[in-house]
Design a protein around this ligand. Structure first.
Ligand SMILES: NC(=O)c1ccc[n+]([C@@H]2O[C@H](COP(=O)([O-])OP(=O)(O)OC[C@H]3O[C@@H](n4cnc5c(N)ncnc54)[C@H](OP(=O)(O)O)[C@@H]3O)[C@@H](O)[C@H]2O)c1
Length: 272
């Protein structure tokens, strides 16, 4: 399977290129970077710490490939959509898309299979699926979501924590905004039934931990995920790429890729 990578010199791109070079079933068809990038012309294998791959970093352009994988910037994705051949599948993890580019992605899904997700962790996709099952199986359990991130994170709660909360709310058929409680302090009174508590811990260099905690009389259930390395996103994207080749045109999610089956919750990731 011939894979073209956009953003190949970036942090994610190098991980994707390295994983392609390590995989016996994948072949690096092209390594695209920003026009005028310092690394232009460098060997893509060398860039990611492997043996030379015989593929040089070059500006986004035409190539014969079975699938494209993009982790760049919105401008890189825009260029990729100009050059990718009709019908060729696209996997993109680039975030920060404006409305025009989101519309462009929606339009391209009419002509090619597409997975666009801001979190390609297969573990997070599984956690979300388990959270939906737990929330509907235990409809009266008190649910609290706890997320932990490094001290540099600027926003709270994390997009993943919000996605988990929306999964729980959707599984119970309630509107998230009307049941969520962000932290607690002071005279809170007893916990009201049906609320979803949300708590953000900050400190150290933690990549991202998420726990969905369900408490009932006599027992509790904790569902937890810990991200330990960014390579998980690269592996998830390549899993999506392998799965997409040969599919009919359309917009697919990581749930589709993993065979988890969506339970109606909107994918909050794709909004970022
Ligand atoms: N979906 C997920 O699971 C997931 C996980 C992690 C990150 N991300 C997202 O993936 C994207 C990349 O993240 P990153 O950490 O790898 O960032 P990064 O290290 O800054 O890499 C981005 C790369 O894209 C290149 N680029 C910029 N404009 C381009 C263009 N017009 N054409 C081709 N290449 C271009 C950059 O080149 P220069 O360095 O020369 O500018 C850089 O090498 C971000 O949007 C990030 O939020 C998604």
């Amino acid at each position: 399977m011939r894979v073209a990578v956009v953003g190949a010199a970036g942090r994610m791109g190098r991980l994707v290129v390295g994983a392609i070079l390590d995989a016996p079933d994948l072949h690096l068809a092209a390594a695209f970077g920003r026009e005028g990038a310092a690394a232009s012309g460098s060997d893509a294998g060398t860039l990611c710490g492997r043996a030379p791959a015989g593929v040089s970093l070059r500006p986004v352009g035409d190539v014969v490939a079975d699938v494209w994988v993009d982790f760049s910037l919105p401008a890189g994705l825009d260029l990729a959509l100009n050059h990718i051949r009709p019908g060729v599948p696209l996997v993109t993890g680039t975030t920060g898309l404006d409305a025009r580019l989101r519309d462009r992605l929606d339009a391209t899904a009419a002509t090619r299979p597409l997975v666009a997700a801001a979190n390609f962790s297969t573990g997070v996709a599984l956690l979300r699926s388990l959270a939906r099952i737990a929330a509907s199986t235990l409809p009266s359990a008190d649910v609290e979501i706890i997320e932990t991130h490094h001290r540099h994170k600027r926003d709270a709660p994390s997009g993943t924590a919000l996605a988990l909360a929306s999964d729980v709310a959707a599984s119970r058929g309630v509107d998230l905004a009307s049941v969520i409680d962000h932290g607690r302090h002071g005279e809170t009174g007893p916990r009201a039934e049906g609320r979803i508590g949300m708590h953000a811990l900050r400190g150290g260099d933690i990549n991202g931990d998420h726990t969905v905690w369900l408490a009932m009389d006599g027992e509790t259930v904790s569902l937890s995920h810990r991200a330990t390395a960014r390579s998980t996103f690269a592996m998830g994207a390549l899993r999506a790429a392998r799965w997409l080749v040969g599919r009919p045109p359309g917009r697919y999610t990581m749930d589709d890729v993993l065979g988890l089956g969506a339970v109606g919750a909107e994918d909050a990731f794709t909004r970022s």
